[in-house]
Design a protein around this ligand. Sequence first.
Ligand SMILES: Nc1ccn([C@@H]2O[C@H](COP(=O)(O)OP(=O)(O)OC[C@H](O)CO)[C@@H](O)[C@H]2O)c(=O)n1
Length: 347
Amino acid sequence: MEDGGPPPLFSFGVIADIQFADKDDGFNFHRTRKRFYRNSLQILKNASRCWEEEEEPERRPAFILQLGDIIDGFNRELSASERALQTVLDEFSSCSAKVHHVWGNHEFYNFSRAALFQSALNSRDRGERGAEDEGGEEEGGGGRGEEEEKENSLEEVYAYHFSPHPKFRFIVLDAYDLSIIGRDKSSKKFKQSMKIITEHNHNEELNEPPAISPLESRFVKYNGGFSQDQLDWLERVLTSADENEEKVTILSHLPVHPYSTDPVCLAWNYDKILSMLQAHNSVVCFMAGHDHDGGYHMDTYGVHHLTLEGVIETPPISDAFGIVYVYEDRMVLQGRGRISDRVLMFR
Ligand SMILES: Nc1ccn([C@@H]2O[C@H](COP(=O)(O)OP(=O)(O)OC[C@H](O)CO)[C@@H](O)[C@H]2O)c(=O)n1
């Protein structure tokens, strides 16, 4: 694809739901899909090799997007979370590009939110602007008390943005900002999240989807949503991107368009974020993981919703990763294995 034309402006690698565990193959909850826990590392090796093989500087990934669920929750019960994470990170480090990590449900099965902030999975650089830097507070903050500091740390959001090339911006979102996994039970956000989920899901087991309608099925414990603070921050970042005529790609573990995924994998308040994306001309693409079958939809506003097929449910004869080549007017996804090639024209 694109042979003989001008080189891209820059390129990046994509991969989702690696869910590595040093464990024999198994199945998803309903035993409809096989999960290849060990082979997922082999697919990551294939990806690293492929990303490193690119020789032309503009085609070599400038960065990698890891869309969440880097190791499987089973590691927790095997007391192997740290070891498994290190194994996967070692594999990523054989690749010279910086990895931007998105957090998914399996991150929270293995680690507390506080531990994640301290870990290598916090890929936000010092220079990158995050949600708490742009909260609209007066400079100096007015001298917060100890209690307020404690409360704020419980409410922390893992969301930031970066610009790898003039006029292009990538935004990492925290889709488990509102969630009953990963939030401290004493936090306001946990209580708010419990209220949201129990208003919609009356099952004793909150991982069991409500059967009222396909869209309502998203109110499960293994999903989450975006707090109003995070949405307000995103609104400000997108307004600034519109003014600067940037092209914005948003990254989240959870998809937000019902046609880009099985609705059971949607973010709880997908509708709020969707209308915001559609109102900002700068937004060109929303990338997610979580639904291991993958999905794609270009909405009526021309925003591309790409849900990447998960490594964990990819049989050893195949692959699941890609390289995206970015041009002035489009992004060209070259997929490997079960990920399809796609041309994503900018609106
Ligand atoms: N009906 C269900 C479904 C799941 N569970 C339990 O919920 C946890 C998370 O499920 P799991 O399928 O492992 O989550 P993934 O993020 O790997 O996959 C998301 C989508 O399924 C991909 O398409 C787990 O503990 C299940 O046992 C449940 O109790 N009841």
